[in-house]
Design a protein around this ligand. Structure first.
Ligand code: SF4
Length: 223
């Protein structure tokens, strides 16, 4: 019985270790300034627990994804030279422990700013013990579900219920100008085998995006 208990503890520890070392990832882009101030490394994690009508990130919920080693991704971020990380998805806080491990590894090498887009509200996140560490490493949180009827065209934010929280002073000054931009900015990027929409799009860009999708068969696996 004792042997069995000890074995269970060892197995459990190993599972936790693996869970924190592997991240389910949809996509990354280095050197963008469409998802926060500065030169950013953007990460879209895979998987979401919400079902927002009009979600533009359907591919991060149902499309292809890869399992990446946190240390490998931390190395890639540090080698990119970007001065900030923006994490979106999907729902980042469903992988809060692995993301906290990633951010800590990056910060071990150098000082870097962290912005997270989450479908959870800050109050919901503060109620979740497993989210505390990642939240503590975050400089800006943009929170709340996307509500199509409340999409008011505000730059960098999907709908008016979503709020931008400065959790540290890091971006407070630069953020005033950045988030007061007069209009939305987004980029449609053509890669060898996929097309990516980066940023929160205006109605015009969204229409172009929908046309590109329908011309290419509309599979969310490819976007
Ligand atoms: S929280 Fe974001 S990724 Fe999840 S369904 Fe809503 S809009 Fe889509």
């Amino acid at each position: 019985m004792i042997y069995f208990t000890k074995l269970w503890i060892v197995v459990r520890k190993r599972k936790t270790m693996i869970k924190n070392e592997i991240l389910n990832l949809s996509h990354t882009e280095s050197h963008t300034n469409l998802l926060g101030p500065g030169d950013r490394f953007a990460i879209w994690v895979h998987g979401c627990c919400f079902h927002c009508e009009g979600c533009l990130a359907v591919n991060t919920r149902f499309g292809k994804y890869k399992e990446v080693n946190v240390s490998d991704l931390a190395h890639e971020i540090n080698n990119s030279g970007c001065d900030g990380i923006t994490i979106s998805g999907g729902e980042p806080f469903l992988q809060a422990e692995a993301l906290a491990a990633l951010v800590k590894q990056v910060k071990n090498e150098r000082d870097i700013g962290v912005i997270i887009y989450s479908g959870f509200t800050i109050e919901e996140l503060r109620d979740k013990k497993e989210c505390a560490e990642l939240l503590g490493l975050t400089d800006i949180l943009i929170d709340g579900r996307y509500i199509k009827e409340l999409d008011d065209g505000r730059p960098y934010i999907g709908s008016s219920n979503q709020k931008l929280h400065y959790l540290t002073d890091r971006y407070k000054e630069i953020g005033k100008d950045y988030y007061a931009a007069p209009r939305r900015r987004a980029e449609i990027k053509f890669n060898a085998d996929s097309v990516t929409l980066i940023g929160v799009p205006s109605a015009n860009v969204l229409q172009i995006w929908q046309e590109i999708k329908s011309k290419n068969g509309g599979s969310d696996d490819d976007f």
